[in-house]
Design a binder for this molecule. Structure first.
Ligand code: BV8
Ligand code: ZN
Length: 245
């Protein structure tokens, strides 16, 4: 009798099959998804910029201490990001959103590349580097142009700041609640390009595992959650995401 030939499906095939069957998909992305668009991740810079620790620049205390330095940090990143184009990973997420009934893209990135790629239902947990707002009045604007004078000032006389969420600051009103609802309702939760070290964003991963979603992690390196997810696919998201379609 011929031995039954078992089709040895690897994690990849299982992940792709689960995604194809999914009706509700939620995604969490981090800086790694923009790496192939030429934007360095925080970890790849060792968390430093001009010998300053990222945690000392992306905080209200850092801004209060030296607003010009913090603005130089953000304006340098704005210039880098203004040259970046969405990559095949961003595009694949647009295609998944087109195919499934319910789709929510939760991003930690502030570069705006998901929206530029055409993703519709995007929750920006950590704000938007293209938006600047007054520290005193309600003035804000979207501004992609180079900022000549740093720090920029509001008409009311107060300083303007990047409309991003710094360490120790609350996330935008309703953002983590909407993200939580999407994760709780997901059949499949994709986690791509994040070291999963920043909370409350990283807390969405164990939440997805606990609620019974199929969790697909995409990252060249392991993270604290690699053992807990359904499939941990090692590699760059600009290659892996398109091949899951
Ligand atoms: C909050 C915007 C409630 C700014 C960012 C003590 C006091 C106060 C708070 C805390 C505290 N202890 C802990 C906290 C909570 C804190 C926190 O989590 N700290 C960490 C460091 C432990 N969180 C907060 O403060 C949050 N607010 O909790 O409010 C509160 C308030 C007061 C007091 C208590 C609680 C706000 C956090 C938001 C901070 N802002 N960004 C800016 O960008 O300038 S976080 C910033 O860093 C990013 O947004 C991102 O979230 C994070 C970096 O993470 P990743 O995106 O994962 O990037 P990383 O480089 O780390 O990893 C890249 C990954 O990609 C790697 O795994 C790599 O292997 C992979 N990769 C590389 N290439 C590829 C790839 N993957 C795929 N394809 C590739 N090609
Ligand atoms: Zn103002």
């Amino acid at each position: 009798m011929r031995a039954r030939v078992l089709k040895v499906s690897n994690a990849f095939d299982h992940a792709r099959a689960a995604l194809r069957k999914a009706r509700s998909v939620a995604v969490l992305t981090g800086a790694g998804v923009s790496a192939e668009s030429g934007i360095p991740t925080f970890r790849s810079t060792g968390g430093y910029w001009r010998n300053f620790r990222f945690e000392d620049l992306a905080t209200p205390e850092g801004f209060a201490r030296d607003p010009k330095l913090v603005w130089e940090f953000y304006e340098a990143r704005r210039r880098d990001m203004s040259l970046a184009k969405p990559n095949a990973g961003h595009q694949a997420l647009v295609e998944i959103e087109r195919r499934v009934e319910t789709f929510t893209l939760i991003t930690q990135n502030i570069d705006g590349l998901h929206t530029l790629a055409g993703s519709k239902n995007v929750i920006c947990l950590h704000g938007d580097i293209w938006k600047i707002r007054c520290i005193r009045c309600s003035y804000s604007r979207t501004d992609r142009e180079p900022l000549a004078d740093l720090p920029p000032y509001c008409k009311c006389g107060a300083m303007l700041r990047p409309a991003v969420v710094w360490f120790g600051e609350q996330l935008p009103e309703g953002a983590i609640e909407a993200a939580t609802r999407a994760v709780l309702a997901a059949d499949v939760f994709i986690v791509a390009g994040t070291s999963a070290q920043v909370y409350p964003a990283a807390g969405l991963i164990p939440l997805a595992v606990r609620q019974g979603a199929k969790v697909i992690e995409i990252n060249p390196e392991a993270t604290d959650f690699s053992e807990d997810v359904s499939w941990s696919l090692r590699g760059p998201s600009a290659e892996i995401l398109p091949s899951l379609l």
